[in-house]
Design a protein around this ligand. Sequence first.
Ligand code: B12
Ligand code: SF4
Length: 469
Amino acid sequence: MKVLLINPPISNLILTNLPKSIAQEDPMPPLGLMYVAAYLEKYTNHEIKILDCLIEKINHEQLRERIKQEKPDVVGITTLTFTLIDVLKVAKITKQINPNIKVILGGPHVNIYPQETLNFPEIDFLVLGEGEKPIKDLIENINQTENLHNFKGIAFKENNKIINPGPRELIQDLDELPFPARNLIHNKKYSSVLSENNPVTTMFSSRGCPFQCTFCNRAHLGKTFRARSAKNVVDEMEKCKKIGIGEIFIYDDTFTIDRQRVLDICSEIKKRNLKIYWDVRSRVDTVNEEMLNQMKDAGCQRIHYGVEAGTQKILNVLKKGITLEQAEKAFELTRKANIQTLAYFMIGSPRETRKDIIETIKFAKKIKPDFVCFSITTPYPLTDLYSQGLKEKILLYDYWQKFAENPQPDFIPAVWEEELSRKELFSLFKKAYRSFYLRPGYIFDKILKLKSLSELKTKIKAGFNVLKI
Ligand code: B12
Ligand code: SF4
């Protein structure tokens, strides 16, 4: 059987209240599809291909031709709520080419709205939760749906009824998974403005996040932290190095939860004398000086921290579980370790006044990150923030569910208009970006740190993006 896994073209991305110049990030390898593909390659004899339409710059009509050429028996598509319209378009094109091609969806969205998704006539199956094991069972039984009743993690339609047994148990030993199928993508094409060591790739060294931030939903990978061993992580890094990758973006929700594991990864990298650059996402309450120094020595270039707010009041409202002092300390220590920092902040959270937002902008400058990313607080589906908004009538109706049932391209997600209007929030948002990036001190510091002409060009482009906000 021929299985074609597709990262869809994006012409109808629902923007999360970020301006286009900021929201359109460099495409990164579709890790979810690569994990699924690797598992199928290892445990079945089917022919597996990945088509990343974002990096290949393939639009829907070009994709139609590619699907005709490839003649797959099965098409699998990764689905975010924000990419739903494009996903459904790909499913429709597939069925127009040949209604016998089976269409399978996986990814965050299908876990939130399984029923709504299966109601679309073009969708045959959903893979829920972690996709590796269920996809194998599904592909092997795809023409005998009666057998599928035996497996959790696979939802489908039968005689106009939806069969949804829920996701499978989370994979406890992540070391047992084969590495993502980098053999099926064009690794050299992926690059990032953040990196001076392109091409880049992405990696997950752990799955699941145990924290309770009200704005965040992680239903698809669970809330239990599960980590790969240091040896297994560094084996994958070594493989990346061998195929010419310059930097690895480790996309774990919080890389630094288990300090000993971080230290073990760093010493394993050094023991093997592996010269590889990498960056991570972390929380300010999980790092310390020793860890940061070890990380720097082992090639860590950058840490992305979710700070979210510059007032303790809002951090508490968001149940972020950190203090302003911890944030200040983490940025100071990270700077001292000579690792770049990127701070994420949200503007317009519940109870947040204009005065609080001005405090957040001041705090962003005070902790001196190399980069900041402000966004306007947007309640995502199935988050506590979204339920709170509906309960408090800040959000007027369950608009995400309506979107999941009948997605329309002109859909604009609501913002939290409790203290300030949408217009006021956007104006403060603009102020935040400009007052951070267009400070003479900041610009001068960045000029001093420039290492090459290409870096200068990248920084000028980034500067223009800020001006466009
Ligand atoms: C890395 C990342 C990005 C990166 C890179 C994306 C990429 N190509 O990897 C960047 C920064 C570009 C990005 C952008 C955006 N992202 Co993002 N991103 C993530 C993040 C942190 C990790 C994704 C990942 O690699 N996971 C690891 C793999 C192993 O997990 P997975 O993808 O879920 O796949 C597994 C299963 O879901 C399933 N599966 C997935 N797809 C398929 C397909 C098939 C056929 C099958 C069988 C199974 C299957 O099997 C996989 C293996 O177990 C997640 C949060 C998270 N922890 O997952 C958010 C997340 C996916 N992003 C999110 C959002 C909102 C966005 C943006 C819309 C934000 C924006 N800019 O406005 C954009 C949209 C970009 C786009 N065009 O798709 C949301 C989606 C929420 C939702 N309800 O859909 C998430 C969940 C974060 C959150 N806020 O909760 N993102
Ligand atoms: S925002 Fe980060 S720390 Fe908070 S729950 Fe989500 S992944 Fe975990």
